[in-house]
Design a protein around this ligand. Structure first.
Ligand SMILES: [Zn+2]
Length: 508
C-alpha cells in the first residue's frame, strides 16, 4: 500500500493551520493586506476613508452597484474590496456570504480586516456578526491540497475584526465560537475530500481515537471480530465484498456533573468510505464522488470534537458505522438476507441501498444503551431522491417527533446548513415488504428519501428520532460563497449546534 500512499499523509490537514482572529479598532484595519468595505445597493456610500472621493456612478461604471454577490477590488497599500451588501440589512447568513465573497476576492492576501461597526449598528447582534464573519472568512479560504505537489492556497494568518468598544465582549464570544465551528467544518471537509484509498474505515477509526483523545471524548473502536460478536449483520453484509476491515467507532461526550437525569442524545453516522454500489454497481457518472459517502460519520466525529469547547450540557454518544461497499466474490448478493442487530431480517434487493443497513445496526445499538437516549439523530448521504426533491442546497430531514424536527430546523437556520422536512408517511411502508424476510432494503421508484427513512424507523423502537439525508449537500462542484469546491462538510456545524442546544422532547 505504501507504493501508492505516502505514509506521512494527514487526513485532517486543515487542523494544522490556525487562523488568528483578533479584535481591533477601525484604526487597525489598514494594517491588513486587504480590507472589506460593505456597500449597500441603495442610499449613500459609507463615510469611511476607503470610498472617499468615489461616487456611485464611478463604481457603477466599474460594474459595481452594491448588489449582493458583487465585489470590486481597489488596489492600494491596503487592497480595498468593495463588497455588495444588497438592499436589506445583513442577517448572520448574508453577512457570512458577504465575508466569504470578500475573502475570495482577496485570495492572495494572508491578512484580512473587516469593520463590523456599521453592520452591528444596523441591528445585527455583535456576537452573531463576529461568529458569521469568522466562519465566512475561514471557510471560504478552505482548500484540500495535501495531495498536490505544490500548495497554492494562501491561508489566512490574521483576520482583524473591528467593533465598537461596547461590543467587544460579545464579539469575542462570537469569534471564539466561530473558530471552533469553522475548524470542525474544515475537518469534515478534509474527511470528505480524502480519497477512499487514503482514508479507509481503519484510518478513520484511528483518527477518531486521536482527535477524541484531544477533545475529551471517550472512544471505543470495534474491529471486525468485535463487530461479529455484536452481530452487526448490516455492517458485516455491506463489508463482505471489501478487502478492508470495517470499523464501528463509539464516541462519548459526558459533560461535567452528568447524572442519570442528564439529557442523552445519540448521533449515528453513515460511514461508507467508498461506495461502488456493490453487485448493484453504480454507473460511472454516479460513482465520482462516492469517497464522500462517509460524510455522515465524518459529521458525527467532527461535531463531537467541538462539544467540550461549546459547553454542551447533554451527554452525546456517537456511532460511526464505517466500511466501504465493494464487489468481489464475497460480496453480498442481490437477494441475500441479512440479520440486523436485534434480529430483524432484511432482504437486500439492491446492494447500493447499503447506508440504511449499517445505520440500522447503529440505531439498534443506540436504543439498547442502559441510559436510553432521549433522542437519536442519524445523518447519512443516503438517497438520490432527496436530491431530486430539494436540489443541491438543502438536506432532507424526516422525524418521528415534531420537537426533534423543530430543533434540527433551528440548528439549520443558525448555521445556514439548510434542511427541509419531508413527511414520514406510513402509507409508503408497504413498499418495504419482502416475501422472505421482515423487510426489503429498498422501496419503489418514487419517494425514495421517505422509504429510506421508513426503513430506519423500523429500528428506532419509539425513541424520538430524526434523520438527516445529506446526499444532495455533501459537495459543491464550484465555489459557492463560503462553501469551497469539493466536500462541504455539511452537518458538522449543524450537529454541533443541535447537540449544544438539545432539549429532551417533552412527552406528548
Ligand atoms: Zn450506495
Amino acid at each position: 500500500m505504501t507504493v501508492v500512499i505516502d505514509p506521512s499523509f494527514d487526513p485532517a490537514p486543515s487542523l494544522a493551520h490556525q487562523t488568528q482572529v483578533v479584535l481591533g479598532s477601525a484604526a487597525d484595519l489598514d494594517a491588513a493586506a486587504a480590507r472589506a468595505c460593505f456597500i449597500s445597493a441603495e442610499g449613500d456610500l459609507p463615510s469611511c476613508e476607503c470610498v472617499s472621493g468615489l461616487t456611485r456612478d464611478e463604481l457603477a461604471a466599474a460594474g459595481f452597484t452594491g448588489k449582493s454577490g458583487q465585489t470590486l477590488r481597489n488596489p492600494g497599500d491596503t487592497l480595498v474590496v468593495f463588497v455588495g451588501a444588497g438592499k436589506e440589512p445583513f442577517t448572520a447568513a448574508t453577512l457570512r456570504d458577504a465575508v466569504a465573497n470578500f475573502t475570495r476576492a482577496a485570495n492572495e492576501s494572508a491578512t484580512l480586516a473587516i469593520d463590523l461597526g456599521g453592520v452591528i449598528a444596523a441591528g445585527l447582534d455583535a456576537r452573531e456578526a463576529a461568529l458569521a464573519a469568522t466562519e465566512g472568512a475561514i471557510l471560504a479560504r478552505y482548500r484540500f491540497e495535501p495531495l498536490k505537489s505544490e500548495a497554492k492556497n494562501v491561508l489566512i494568518e490574521t483576520l482583524t475584526i473591528a467593533v465598537a468598544e461596547g461590543d467587544r465582549e460579545a464579539a469575542q464570544q462570537g469569534i471564539d465560537r466561530g473558530l471552533v465551528l469553522a475548524r470542525i467544518a474544515g475537518l469534515a471537509r478534509d474527511l470528505g475530500n480524502a480519497p477512499g484509498r487514503h482514508l479507509n474505515a481503519v484510518n478513520l477509526a484511528d483518527l477518531a481515537v486521536k482527535l477524541g483523545g484531544q477533545t475529551g471524548l471517550e472512544v471505543e473502536v470495534f474491529d471486525r471480530a468485535a463487530i461479529m460478536e455484536l452481530g452487526l449483520g448490516g455492517l458485516l453484509g455491506v463489508n463482505a465484498g471489501s478487502a478492508e476491515e470495517p470499523r464501528m467507532v463509539k464516541l462519548r461526550y459526558t459533560p461535567e456533573g452528568a447524572t442519570d437525569a442528564t439529557p442523552h442524545l445519540a448521533l449515528v453516522g453513515k460511514g461508507i468510505m467508498f461506495d461502488s454500489g456493490g453487485i448493484s454497481l453504480k454507473p460511472t457518472h454516479a460513482m465520482g464522488s462516492m469517497k464522500m459517502d462517509m460524510m455522515g460519520a465524518g459529521a458525527v466525529l467532527a461535531s463531537m470534537t467541538a462539544l467540550s469547547e461549546l459547553g454542551t450540557t447533554s451527554i452525546v454518544t456517537g456511532w460511526m458505522m464505517c466500511t466501504d461497499n465493494m464487489l468481489s466474490g464475497n460480496a453480498t448478493k442481490v437477494g441475500d438476507v441479512l440479520t440486523i442487530r436485534g434480529g430483524k431480517t432484511v432482504e437486500v434487493k439492491n446492494t447500493d441501498a447499503e447506508g440504511r443497513l449499517v445505520l440500522a445496526d447503529g440505531i439498534v445499538l443506540a436504543t439498547e444503551e442502559a441510559h436510553r437516549p432521549d433522542a437519536i439523530v442519524d445523518i447519512a448521504t443516503l438517497t438520490g431522491n432527496a436530491m431530486m426533491a430539494l436540489g443541491l442546497g438543502t438536506a432532507a430531514t424526516l422525524a418521528n417527533n415534531d420537537q426533534i424536527a423543530a430543533q434540527l430546523a433551528t440548528a439549520a437556520e443558525v448555521t445556514d446548513e439548510r434542511v427541509w422536512r419531508l413527511p414520514l408517511d406510513d402509507r409508503y411502508r408497504e413498499q418495504l415488504k419482502s416475501n422472505i424476510a421482515d423487510l426489503s432494503n429498498i422501496g419503489g421508484t418514487y419517494a425514495g428519501a421517505i422509504t429510506a427513512a421508513l426503513f430506519l424507523n423500523e429500528f428506532v423502537d419509539d425513541v424520538p428520532w430524526g434523520h438527516i439525508d445529506i446526499a444532495a449537500t455533501m459537495e459543491v462542484e464550484r465555489d459557492d460563497v463560503w462553501r469551497s469546491n469539493g466536500s462541504t462538510g455539511f452537518g458538522a456545524r449543524l450537529l454541533a449546534e443541535f447537540a449544544t442546544a438539545f432539549e429532551k422532547p417533552s412527552q406528548d
